[in-house]
Design a protein around this ligand. Sequence first.
Ligand SMILES: Cc1ncc(COP(=O)(O)O)c(C=O)c1O
Length: 429
Amino acid sequence: MFFKTFTDSARGLLQLVNRRAIIPQHPHVYSVGLGQEGPSRLYYETAKPVNTPVSDASIRTVDLRSDTVTKPGAAMRQAMAEAEVGDDVFGEDPTVNELQKMAAELFGMEAALYVPSGTMANLIAVMVHCRERGDEMIVGDLSHLHIYEQGGTAQLAGVHSTTVTTLPDGTFDLDQLESKIRHGYPDAHYPRSRLVCVENTHNIQGGRVLPLPFLKEVKALAEKYGLAVHMDGARMMNAAVAQNVTPSTILQNTHSVSVCLSKGLGAPVGTMLAGPHDFISRATRCRKALGGGLRQAGILAAAGKLALGDMITRLEEDHHHARIFAQALLECDPPLYEVDMAAVQTNIVRFRLRDPSLTPTEFCTLMAGVGECEQASIGQGVRVLMFPHIGGSIRAVWHLGVTLEDTQLATRKVQFVARQHSQQTLGAH
Ligand SMILES: Cc1ncc(COP(=O)(O)O)c(C=O)c1O
C-alpha cells in the first residue's frame, strides 16, 4: 500500500511537472499541493544536507546520504600507490587491462571497459546500441537514466526516450513495454526502437532487486523485435548478493551492463561497462569522444581490482544493517515512520513520515543536528545524514563507512527524534 501510494504520488508529480502544473520556487526545486498529503516535492537539491565538519569530537556522524561517500581504506590506497601503469588510451596500462579482464570473467561477458563514471557508462551504452541520430530507447519513468542523468542521452547522443511505467518493485509491465516498441521502420513518422534499459538494483524504488524471470522475459521480448537490453547495474553486485547468484546468472539476460565500482564496492572512481567484443570496441571509441580516455588510469584501476575482488562479500553486511534500521523504524514508539520491510532487499531503506506536519526536509535537518538532551537520551551526540527523496519519502543508504554500532546509534536517533516530535506536537495542542 505504502509503495503504491509512494509511486503514484511520484508519478502524479511527474505528470504535473510534465503538464507544467508546477510552482517554480527555485531553479531546481518544485513544490506542488497533493490532496491530503499536503505540499510535496518530487525533485530535491541532491547536495543537501552537507557533511560539514563539527568541532566537538564526541559527536558521531553517520552518513547515510549515499553509498558514493565511501573513502578508500589503507589496503586500497597502498594498491593504488604501487600500481603498474601505462598509457591506457594506447591499451598499455597493465592494471586497467587486468581489471577489464577480471570484470569480463566475473560478469560472464566477452569484454569490459573501464569508464570514469556510471553516467558515462550508461551514455556510452546508449550511444553504441542506438547508432543513428533519432534512434529510440525505452526506459523506466523512474529510472536513474531518465531522472538523474540530465537527459544526456538526448543532449549528447541525439537519442529519443520513450518511457514505460516503473512499478514499485523496479520492473515494468511487459505488455506495456511491447506496446511501446515501434514498428514499420523506415516509415518517416517514427524513430527506430533500438534499446530497452533496465535498472538493477532500482535506486528510486529503494534498492529493489529485479526478479530473474522478469529479466529473461524482457530479453526475449527485446530480441523478438531486434532490440538490445542494457542494464544500469550500478548496484548489480548488491542484487547478486541478495539473490545469492553469480553476476553472470543475472547478466545472461542482458546484452550490456554498467557496474559501478565507486558505490558499495568502495573504490574512489570508476564503472565497468561490459558486453560483446564489438560492443566494447565501439564503446572504446565513444569513451574517447566523451573525454573519458584516461592515460595512467592503472592508479585508479588498482582500487577497482580490490573492489571487484575483496569487497563483494561484505555487501551482505550493508544489507543486514539496512534491515536492522528499517525494523527499528517500524517498531518505533511513538510511531512516526512508515516502511515496507518486504521492499528492503539490499542497502537502501526508503521510508515516509506518518505526520504530514513534519516534512522530509525538516526531518532530515533534525537528524543532521544534535538536539538538546540528546546526549542524555542516546548516550552521545549523533548526526545522521540522509536525503529527502523523490515523492516525499526519505532515503538512507548503507555502505562500508557505516558499522553496526553506527547503525544502532542511527536507530536511537530516529527514536529520539520521534519522541521529541511527539512531545512538541502534544505541547502545541
Ligand atoms: C542506478 C544508478 N545508475 C547510475 C548512477 C550514476 O553513477 P555516477 O554517479 O558514477 O555517474 C547512479 C549514481 O548514483 C545510480 O544510482
